[in-house]
Design a protein around this ligand. Structure first.
Ligand code: GLY
Length: 373
């Protein structure tokens, strides 16, 4: 049963602090919450994609804004769905389209969609007229628990993903858990990998809760979903509040991503592997590498693998036969990651579940061994 409960998570960043509101039905209250965050006078421009419009979410938001009398400049900008719009060309087109509407510095962009829309719109907000305010309304599990929170915005370059971007915090995040019912199950499972990540980084009790309730989160139980999204956002808010620009512990959020990005790059970022699926594989490998280096009990790595497997996520080569799994090539992709510094790859390893840490002291030979299985 759907409850009308709302959780509020505060991201504490001084004068740039903001709230994340989590709950089923938040979308229909968007007007009230946006008015509370930025007032009623500022003009809004909604940026979304065709899938989000087709699912009916744009109409709900437009109605909610209209009901509160909030001024919206022109019809929503509705982009084609997919990662390919997160490039320089589409970005330029989006900026020209915004400027063509006569936006001013008080205009507020509303990013209604998944990670692609959030990252692209957030970066447009960071650049247009040297910086506009923006609001995130994430519509996928992945964007609700990760990309909409923390102010990383950006687009892809032909040299790699997210290589062009800015830190630009939103003014408000509205995470409607009921919206997740409109996603295909594969997309929900993919986002679930990022939820598991928070348990593995520093919250073993949350990981234990996910072992007991993960099935409910994936299946769509509203209470379980709200708890999973809220706990994830709280974890991310704490890390971002302490290290907004990733000079230290924010890099823990990359658990599973060093390996994961290599798999995504090997697939050319196509649909053979969704981001969360790549992260699931990466987290399994990060734990296996930690065991190999004598840092982590093997039982913990087995628990991680078993839980991700039960969640329907890939945990090894046999689960992704279509992925080109060539250890040397994957290692080369890791060397191109933007987190590489002075030629050294930074890994997020673990001393156990909930005990992640950063290190650049890993031998390539050990990484290759783990990749070769
Ligand atoms: N997605 C990782 C971060 O926001 O830092």
């Amino acid at each position: 049963m759907t409850e009308m409960v709302r959780d509020t998570v505060r991201v504490e960043l001084g004068e740039r602090s903001y709230d994340i509101l989590v709950g089923a039905g938040v979308l229909a209250e968007a007007g009230r919450h946006i008015a509370g965050a930025i007032g009623r006078k500022r003009r809004l421009v909604i940026v979304t994609d065709e899938n989000v419009r087709a699912a009916g979410h744009l109409a709900v938001v437009e109605q909610a804004l209209g009901a509160e009398g909030l001024p919206v400049t022109g019809a929503a900008i509705v982009l084609p769905p997919g990662e390919h719009i997160k490039g320089c060309d589409s970005f330029g087109t989006l900026l020209e389209s915004l400027l063509g509407r006569g936006i001013d510095r008080k205009t507020v962009l509303v990013a209604l969609g998944g990670g692609v829309i959030g990252d692209l719109t957030g970066f447009a907000a960071a650049c247009a007229l040297r910086g506009l305010d923006f609001i995130q309304i994430p519509t996928t599990l992945l964007s609700q628990v990760d990309s909409s929170v923390g102010g990383k915005t950006g687009i892809n370059s032909k040299h790699g993903k997210n290589l062009i971007g800015a830190f630009h915090q939103p003014k408000l995040v509205l995470a409607d858990t009921a919206v997740l019912d409109t996603l295909e199950p594969r997309e929900v499972r993919s986002g679930y990998a990022e939820v598991v990540k928070y348990g593995l980084i520093n919250d073993p009790a949350f990981f234990g809760w996910l072992e007991r309730h993960g099935e409910e989160v994936i299946a769509g139980d509203d209470k379980a979903r709200r708890q999973a999204v809220t706990t994830s956002c709280r974890a991310k808010a704490a890390i971002v509040g302490a290290d907004e620009r990733e000079s230290g512990q924010r890099a823990l959020l990359n658990l599973g991503h060093t390996f994961g990005h290599a798999f995504e790059a090997a697939c050319g970022y196509d649909d053979r592997l969704r981001h969360g699926e790549a992260v699931a594989l990466g987290m399994v490998l990060a734990f296996e590498l930690s065991v190999r280096l004598g840092l982590c009990p093997a039982a913990d790595a087995l628990r991680v693998r078993a839980h991700l497997f039960e969640a329907g996520l890939p945990t090894g080569r046999a689960d992704v036969p279509e992925v080109p799994w060539i250890a040397e090539e994957l290692l080369a992709h890791m060397g191109h990651d933007k987190k590489v510094c002075d030629g050294r790859i930074t890994f997020v390893l673990a001393r156990g579940i909930g005990k992640a840490f950063l290190t650049s002291e890993v031998d390539t030979a050990d990484v290759l061994q783990v990749l070769e299985g």
